[in-house]
Design a protein around this ligand. Structure first.
Ligand code: XIL
Length: 446
C-alpha cells in the first residue's frame, strides 16, 4: 500500500463555543443560579401573606431556598393547645416546591414566639419533654421529606456561652437539646438537623460555648448535622473571624450555614453606607464560599419592606439587599459579584492544530491537538469542524468522534477531560477520502 506523509499542518485558532460569563454578566444573572454554580444555596426568609406579585416573582427568581419568617414557629402552628394551624407554613412550602426551592424549616424548639400555654405553663420535666417531642413529631412529621434543613433548636445559649434558662433549659437542662434532635431525626430522617444561634458568628465567648456544646452532643451520638449562624450584623462590623469560626465548626464534622443574614445601619441610608453594606455582604458570602462545608447563605428578608430590623432596633434599618420598592441595592451586586464564577471563561481559550500524518489511496490518518490558551483549566472539551471535501471519519482514538453529514464533533474521554492552562491534548482518527483531502477551514473548541 502506498503511504505518503503529508507534512503540512493547519493551525487554526478556534472560537469558544460556550457562553462567556463575565462579572458584569454575573450582576444580571439570577442569584440562585450563581449560587448553584458555586455549590451553595442562596435563601431568603419570606412572609407567607406577601407571596404574590413582584415580591413573589423576585423570591422565586433570585433564591433557591426559602425559610418561613414566622409561619413554622410554635406560636404560629399551635396557638392554643391541640389546635394546629398549618395555613401559613403550608403556603410557604407549596410556594418553594412550585419554584424548585429548598425549604429551611424554622424552628422546632425556641424560647421565643412560643404559645403562652407553653411558656406560661407549670410543667414537670417529664411532661415538658413529652410536650416538646410531641410537637417535633407533629411538625417535622407533617413536612417529612420536604424540608432540607430543620433549625431543630434555636438560640439555646446566653451571651457568655452558657445554657439559656428558657422554659426548656431551666426545666430540662442541656438534655432537651439531645432529645429534640433525636425526635426530629425520627420524624424526618432525610432532613439535615441544625442548631442555630445569633452572636456566634465570630470567635468569642458565645461561639466557644456553641463549639463546646456541639462537640459534647456529637460525642454522645446526638444527630446534629449542622450549625447555623444567624449573622444579624451591624454595618461595618462583619466579624473578622467569621471564616475561621465557620471552619472550626466544619472541622468538628458538621455542616455550617449562614441562616439569617441582614446588615443593619442607622437610618437614613446614604450612598456611603450602602457602599459599605455592599462590601459587608460580599465578605459574608466570601467566608461561606471559603469553607467547603458551608452549605449556603439565607438573608432574613430580601427587601427592606420585609425586614424585622426597624421594629426591633429603633432607628435602624435598610438591612437587606433590595429596597422597599423591590429595587436592587448595592448589596445585591455585592452578593452577585462574590458568587460570580471564579475564573470566567473568556473568548479564545483554545486553539486547534490539525495535521494529516499519513495518506494513501482512499484513506488517511490525521492528528488533532487542542491547546488550552486560557487561564483556567478546561474540564471537559469538544472540538468541532466540518469536512470540506466529503471526507468521512472511520475510526478514532483518544476522543469520542461522531460525524453527521459533513459535521464532526470530537469530545474528550474520561481520562483526558482536563487540560490545564498552557496544556494540550491530542487525538487522532482514520478517514476515507476521494478526489482531494484538504484540511478543515476552521475549528471550534471549548
Ligand atoms: C423574627 C421575625 O422576622 C419577625 O417577623 C418576628 O416578629 C420576630 O422574629 N432570630 C430568629 C428569627 O431566629 O426567628 C427572628 O425572626 C429574628 C431573630
Amino acid at each position: 500500500m502506498l503511504r505518503r506523509l503529508i507534512a503540512g499542518a493547519a493551525v487554526l485558532a478556534a472560537a469558544l463555543t460556550t457562553l462567556a460569563t463575565t462579572p458584569a454578566a454575573a450582576a444580571d444573572a439570577p442569584l440562585r443560579e450563581l449560587a448553584e454554580a458555586r455549590g451553595r444555596y442562596l435563601g431568603t426568609a419570606v412572609t407567607a401573606g406577601k407571596l404574590t406579585g413582584g415580591y413573589a416573582d423576585l423570591a422565586a427568581a433570585q433564591f433557591n431556598s426559602i425559610t418561613p419568617g414566622n409561619e413554622m414557629k410554635w406560636g404560629s402552628v399551635e396557638p392554643t393547645r391541640g389546635t394546629y394551624d398549618w395555613t401559613g407554613a403550608d403556603r410557604v412550602v407549596a410556594f418553594a416546591e412550585a419554584h424548585g426551592q429548598r425549604v429551611r424549616g424554622h424552628t422546632l424548639v425556641w424560647h421565643s414566639q412560643l404559645p403562652s400555654w407553653v411558656s406560661g405553663g407549670t410543667w414537670t420535666a417529664d411532661r415538658l419533654r413529652t410536650l416538646m417531642t410531641d410537637h417535633i413529631t407533629a411538625q417535622a412529621g407533617r413536612y417529612k421529606g420536604r424540608i432540607d434543613h430543620w433549625d431543630v433548636v434555636n438560640e439555646p445559649l446566653n451571651e457568655d456561652g452558657t445554657l439559656r434558662q428558657s422554659v426548656f433549659g431551666a426545666t430540662l437542662g442541656e438534655s432537651y437539646i439531645a432529645d429534640a434532635f433525636r425526635a426530629a431525626r425520627a420524624a424526618d430522617p432525610a432532613a439535615k438537623l441544625y442548631l442555630n444561634d445569633y452572636s456566634t458568628d465570630g470567635v468569642g465567648a458565645k461561639s466557644d460555648g456553641m463549639y463546646a456544646l456541639v462537640k459534647r452532643l456529637l460525642a454522645q451520638g446526638v444527630p446534629v448535622d449542622g450549625v447555623g449562624f444567624q449573622a444579624h450584623l451591624v454595618l461595618g462590623q462583619v466579624p473578622a473571624s467569621l471564616e475561621t469560626n465557620l471552619r472550626r465548626f466544619a472541622e468538628l464534622g458538621v455542616d455550617v450555614a449562614i441562616t439569617e443574614l441582614d446588615i443593619r445601619m442607622t437610618l437614613p441610608a446614604t450612598d456611603a453606607k450602602l457602599a459599605q453594606q455592599k462590601a459587608d455582604y460580599a465578605s459574608v458570602l466570601r467566608a461561606c464560599l471559603a469553607v467547603t462545608r458551608c452549605a449556603g447563605v439565607t438573608v432574613w428578608g430580601f427587601t427592606d419592606s420585609d425586614s424585622w430590623i426597624p421594629d426591633f432596633f429603633p432607628g435602624q434599618g435598610a438591612a437587606t439587599p433590595y429596597d422597599e420598592s423591590l429595587a436592587p441595592k448595592p448589596a445585591r451586586a455585592g452578593i452577585a459579584e462574590t458568587l460570580a464564577p471564579v475564573t470566567p471563561p473568556s473568548p479564545g481559550v483554545c486553539s486547534v492544530t490539525y495535521a494529516v500524518t499519513s495518506q494513501w489511496t482512499g484513506g488517511f490518518t490525521a492528528q488533532v491537538t487542542l491547546r488550552n490558551t486560557g487561564t483556567a483549566a478546561l474540564n471537559g472539551w469538544t472540538v468541532r469542524w466540518s469536512q470540506p471535501a466529503g471526507q468521512r471519519v472511520t475510526q478514532a482514538w483518544n476522543a469520542a468522534v461522531t460525524q453527521t453529514g459533513a459535521e464532526v464533533t470530537a469530545a474528550n474521554l474520561s481520562y483526558n477531560a482536563t487540560v490545564p492552562p498552557g496544556g494540550s491534548v491530542s487525538f487522532g482518527f482514520n478517514g476515507a477520502w476521494s478526489g482531494t483531502n484538504p484540511p478543515p477551514a476552521a475549528f471550534t473548541c471549548g
